[in-house]
Design a protein around this ligand. Structure first.
Ligand code: HXC
Length: 306
């Protein structure tokens, strides 16, 4: 499926600003990270994208390569960010086939909607492992290559839920808070060696896996949600891709160790507003005993084991 350029990139950027550069992206077949990668490829970079699903990842790589004639995009499937060996092998292959690694996007993430009572200890650990250990493993496996680049940059994809806390996202909020913290330490430890490390924190972005999991599918709730966002609309994948281009370009080289929300100021009004609920009930009514699984998107009906 070829994607019109206006879907993922503003017309303000100069061609070839990333010419000769290589980007390495975990979760690169996903709805947000594939557009971040596509924008970078369109503007000159070659790319290596990683995912657990081999056919999805390989197909996404082929499709992203259509963004620029002559682009090289490698898709590496069966890569689980929870396994450091998996990432080390992928980073080595990327460097061998594309000549190095200049930019890294740590985008692989796990999410489901569940209350604290409704997830097991193992479910909590699963999200922590994918998001936190996965980001750490990505950093660990790619730093040796980044340190050889003239423009080493790391960008982690986080969220905004932990700024306020969020019902049914305790596991995700805890994980993303850790991701933000990890990147701060990378900036402190590796900034003196030239590495620029930041976090991009998408808000509600239309048409993404995150929104499919988290946003209501009821039209009246969708409209109410959009109205509650100070910028008056859901974000687009282009909003995230444009911000990514800026954050990986020379124009932002003094922005280091920062968390950049791209959310239309949405997080400033979140908290009591909830995600992942498909019923009319408002906070805190849906938390009443016996009601926490009612209307929960993809939610399990039974109580989790400890
Ligand atoms: C409660 C659940 C659950 C649910 C899974 N679990 N789904 N618990 N409610 N809806 C529990 C399982 O029962 C199990 O616990 C534990 O989680 C691990 O589940 P597995 O299926 O064995 O794990 P795994 O195969 O590794 O799958 C990981 C996953 C899955 C996170 C559960 O959803 C996944 O692979 N997701 C990857 C894609 C993804 O989530 N993308 C979202 C990106 S959107 P027990 O105790 O039974 O063993 C995003 C948006 C962020 O991140 C926010 C932006 C604003």
């Amino acid at each position: 499926m070829s994607v019109p350029e206006s879907t993922y990139l503003s017309p303000i950027w100069r061609d070839d600003i990333f010419k000769g550069k290589v980007i390495f992206v975990t979760g690169g077949a996903g709805t947000i990270c594939s557009m971040q990668t596509r924008a970078m490829v369109r503007l000159g970079a070659n790319a290596c994208i990683l995912g657990r699903n081999a056919s999805k990842t390989e197909a996404a790589a082929k499709d992203i390569a259509t963004a620029r004639p002559g682009a090289k995009v490698i898709g590496i499937g069966e890569c689980d960010v929870r396994k450091i060996e998996s990432l080390e092998a992928a980073a080595a292959r990327c460097a061998k086939e594309l000549g190095g690694i200049d930019y890294v996007i740590a985008g692989a993430a796990g999410n489901f909607v569940a209350s604290i009572d409704g997830i097991s200890s193992n479910a909590f650990k699963t999200v922590m492992d994918i998001d936190v250990l996965g980001t750490y493993n990505t950093i660990k496996a790619t730093l040796p290559y980044l340190l050889r680049s003239a423009t080493p940059r790391l960008l982690a994809v986080s969220a905004t839920f932990h700024y306020t806390g969020m019902p049914f996202q305790a596991h995700v909020a805890a994980a993303k808070a850790s991701v933000d913290s990890l990147i701060a330490s990378v900036a402190l430890e590796y900034g003196p060696r030239g590495v620029v490390a930041n976090v991009i924190a998408p808000g509600p972005i239309a048409g993404t896996e995150g929104m499919a999991r988290l946003a209501s599918s009821r039209p009246e709730q969708i409209a109410e949600h959009e109205r509650a966002i100070p910028s008056g609309r859901f974000g687009t994948v282009r909003d995230i891709a444009d911000a990514t281009v800026f954050l990986l370009s020379d124009a932002s080289s003094y922005i280091n160790g920062q968390v950049i929300p791209v959310d239309g100021a949405s997080w400033r009004r979140q908290g009591a507003y909830t995600v992942g609920v498909d019923m009319g009930a408002k906070y805190p009514d849906f938390l009443e005993p016996g009601r926490t699984t009612e209307g929960l998107k993809g939610g399990k009906k039974d109580k989790a084991k400890l």
